[in-house]
Design a protein around this ligand. Structure first.
Ligand SMILES: [Zn+2]
Length: 438
């Protein structure tokens, strides 16, 4: 009680002193003037705060603050009252008037990297992501690979998508792609990119899935992994069934190096089999321009039917030396391309492309008469040697036989494998081979 009263008295005294001062003179200067306190307030935006939140100082005195960001935030602005920043510290040397110090805190942006093995790609290799945000990468295997696993950054995988629900630090996501076919046993794997040009005349459908089904089938054929039908080959010939080591995948980059599906769809008027001027391979003639033939295998797929709706041709190979450089590749009638029903009866197992690629890779003739060329594998026996007991003509189950339908074509022979690999490694398709070495 006493103290309160004393305080009251003190206030009264002070007030009277001030009152006295108002009429004073130089001879009677004010004494014990109460210092004028100036408020320096703060304003903090985002995740963090200035400490202290406010200070009161006498005019001309110093005010100091420290900016304290919350986890995941960083100080991005600190200003006001003509102060000076040193890191997270802020010092107003001489406070001259009431003022405000402002601090802004922003979420830290973390760097997320994605690395991929051979055999596939990622939609973006680096992302800058704010603290606490979600991020996603999309991994796409080449058509002859699978996404075996993906991990890092505490993400969750759903097929090819990898989602990181909450980013709290910089980190790396890694993906491993593996071939869906095993390593060949006696030869090296040769992977060749293909581009499929769909010459769309508006009268057929050819889905991406259909195209993938075709490549998958052809890869099984070239790799000798069409096991069920190989089991039906007579024992005499099974020692000659080849795993050529050659396989195909949809190109994942275009000629300029940009990501691409490897499927080109064009509104086309050209016949996929017209030889006069090779219009199927010319965009200015109703077709689709070839991608560089020393880097890609071009496959044109289009409609070519008689008025009875029968294929004019099943397929044709345009082999180096026998066709213009700009049309090197193969043409296939759309109804015989792929293995997803409905397909052309008897040509529904994707053997047409396999057969034409056999031609393209140097198997110029067929394993059945009539013999029609000077450069054919028919001179080689089915075990890779000339003039042995076993001759290719016996191989009625060969992919290069025209005497049987799709269900009769089941194998390439070892000699055919040797010839095709030689055409790539040292022959007319050497540039294609060299340019696609891993
Ligand atoms: Zn043929």
């Amino acid at each position: 009680m006493n103290y309160i009263l004393k305080g009251h008295w003190a206030l009264v005294i002070t007030q009277s002193a001030l009152t006295g001062c108002s009429g004073g003179s130089d001879d009677n200067p004010p004494v014990n003037e109460t210092p004028q306190l100036l408020t320096v307030s703060t304003l903090s935006a985002g995740g963090g705060a200035l400490e202290p939140a406010e200070v009161k100082v006498s005019k001309g005195k110093t005010a100091e603050f420290v900016a304290k960001p919350e986890a995941g935030y960083e100080l991005t602005e600190l200003s006001g009252c003509a102060g000076k920043r040193t890191g997270v510290a802020y010092k107003v040397e001489q406070v001259e008037q009431k003022c405000q110090v402002t601090a802004r805190f922003s979420p830290i942006r973390y760097r997320l990297d994605a690395t991929v093995s051979q055999g596939g790609n990622v939609d973006t290799s680096t992302q800058q992501v704010a603290y606490g945000s979600a991020a996603e990468f999309v991994f796409t295997p080449n058509s002859d690979y699978i996404l075996e696993r993906v991990g890092g950054c505490n993400g969750v995988r759903t097929e090819g998508r990898y989602r990181i629900p909450e980013v709290t630090e910089s980190c790396t996501v890694s993906a491993l792609f593996l071939p869906y076919l095993p390593d060949p046993e006696s030869v090296t794997r040769i992977r060749l990119p293909v581009v499929v040009h769909v010459l769309d005349n508006g009268h057929f459908e050819l889905s991406d899935e259909q195209i993938l089904s075709q490549l998958r089938a052809t890869n099984l054929h070239f790799r000798g992994k069409n096991s069920a039908e190989i089991e039906t080959i007579p024992e005499t010939y099974t020692p000659f069934v080849a795993d050529t080591g050659i396989q195909f995948y949809l190109a994942d980059t275009d000629p300029d190096g940009q990501p691409h599906s490897g499927i080109v769809r064009v509104d086309a008027t050209a016949s996929v089999f017209a030889l006069e001027g090779y219009p199927f391979a010319r965009s200015d003639a109703g077709g689709s321009d070839a991608w560089p033939t020393d880097r890609y295998i071009n496959i044109w797929v289009g409609m070519s039917r008689t008025r009875f709706n029968e294929p004019v041709l099943a397929g044709r190979a345009h082999v180096p030396g026998s066709a213009p450089e700009s049309s090197i590749g193969v043409s296939i009638e759309q109804g015989l391309f792929g293995t997803i029903a409905p397909r052309e009866p008897n040509y529904d197992q994707g053997k047409t492309l396999t057969h034409e690629l056999g031609h393209f890779l140097g198997l110029i003739g067929h394993t059945n008469p009539p013999w029609n060329d000077q450069n054919t594998h028919r001179h080689l026996s089915c075990d890779g040697q000339e003039q042995s007991e076993c001759v290719n003509a016996d191989l009625t189950m060969n992919f290069m036989s025209t005497n049987v339908y799709d269900n009769g074509q089941k194998m390439f022979s070892l000699s055919q494998s040797q010839l095709m690999r030689a055409w790539l490694e040292t022959g007319p398709l050497q540039a294609l081979y060299v340019n696609n070495q891993p």
